[in-house]
Design a protein around this ligand. Structure first.
Ligand code: NAD
Length: 263
């Protein structure tokens, strides 16, 4: 299947590892030109060269701490100067600090708001007008299964990602007639460093052995295993493609069947 995205510029946030890196690689395989963004220049250089080697795609990168509005402004300015705008925007960054709702302080809520909600709003404000003007665009946002089923001890993620989902749903209505599609992808359990860290934290809290914990964790997933970043990225790349032209305003779970609700 030709995805119809050869030469499209794709800003991929949180692209140095995990889900974001896998999405950047998959988009490059489809002929798009990823612009990788994460905090460390040196790591980005390595990832960009890895992707180039594997796909022969043109890969750009720009270091940015997405928690800082000033650095986000610099990223926007530089991307606009170099490329005019982007055709594909992948909204993704590191998850917020885990905590129960009772333990979460006002500072934690505020930092989660900046990390997830304001980051999304600022990049949308910068890049969506160009997509609207050219009558084509793709936005995908990596959220979490927590928007459908709150996850214990991830209070900030539960709350902020639900707000982000609502913001994007509203925007998807406004841009649908301009062929700009906006969708959220909700990971269940995708084997990355972030998931490993969360598991270690839960194991430390419960006092269970890793084997015991994993056994009960995987039992809640009908497929009985975690997903890979590559499985996640395959869905993401399709949604960024020209072929996915009639899918917008949706949240798609990539979770091996873990979600309990029917819809
Ligand atoms: P990860 O921690 O492996 O990767 C996060 C990426 O974001 C990395 O490239 C990292 O360098 C980058 N990043 C982190 N903080 C940044 C910052 N301040 N500025 C710029 N870049 C930054 O995470 P992942 O597992 O790939 O998950 C991606 C997102 O999906 C996270 O928000 C995570 O919370 C969420 N999520 C993941 C899972 C899962 O199963 N892996 C489940 C639910 C939600």
């Amino acid at each position: 299947m030709d995805f119809g995205i050869k030469g499209k510029k794709a800003l991929v946030c949180g692209a140095s590892k995990g889900i974001g890196k896998a999405i950047a690689l998959e988009l490059a395989r489809e002929g798009a030109e990823p612009i990788l963004c994460a905090r460390q220049e040196k790591v980005l250089e390595e990832v960009a060269s890895e992707i180039r080697k594997e796909t022969r795609a043109t890969v750009h990168h720009h270091a940015c701490d997405l928690t800082s509005s000033t650095e986000r402004d610099q990223l926007i300015k530089s991307v606009k100067e170099k490329y005019g705008g982007v055709d594909i925007l992948v909204l993704n960054t590191g998850g917020p600090k885990p905590s129960s709702a009772m333990e979460t302080t006002l500072d934690d809520w505020e930092s989660g708001f900046s990390r997830l909600f304001q980051m999304t709003a600022q990049l949308n404000e910068a890049f969506l007008p160009h997509m609207k003007e050219q009558n084509w665009g793709r936005v995908i946002c990596v959220t979490s299964l927590s928007v459908l089923e709150p996850i214990a001890n991830l209070a900030v993620s539960n709350a902020m990602r639900s707000g982000v989902t609502s913001m994007l749903k509203t925007l998807s209505d406004e841009l649908a007639s301009s062929n700009v599609t906006i969708n959220c992808l909700a990971p269940g359990a995708i084997a990355t460093e972030r998931l490993e860290e969360l598991m270690e934290a839960r194991i430390a809290k419960t006092g269970q052995s890793k084997e015991e914990y994993l056994k009960s964790y995987l039992a809640a997933i009908p497929m009985g295993r975690m997903g890979t970043p590559e499985e996640f990225a395959a869905v993401a790349a399709f949604l960024c493609s020209d072929r996915a032209s009639y899918v917008t305003g949706s949240t798609i779970c990539i979770d091996g069947g873990k979600r309990r609700s029917t819809y």
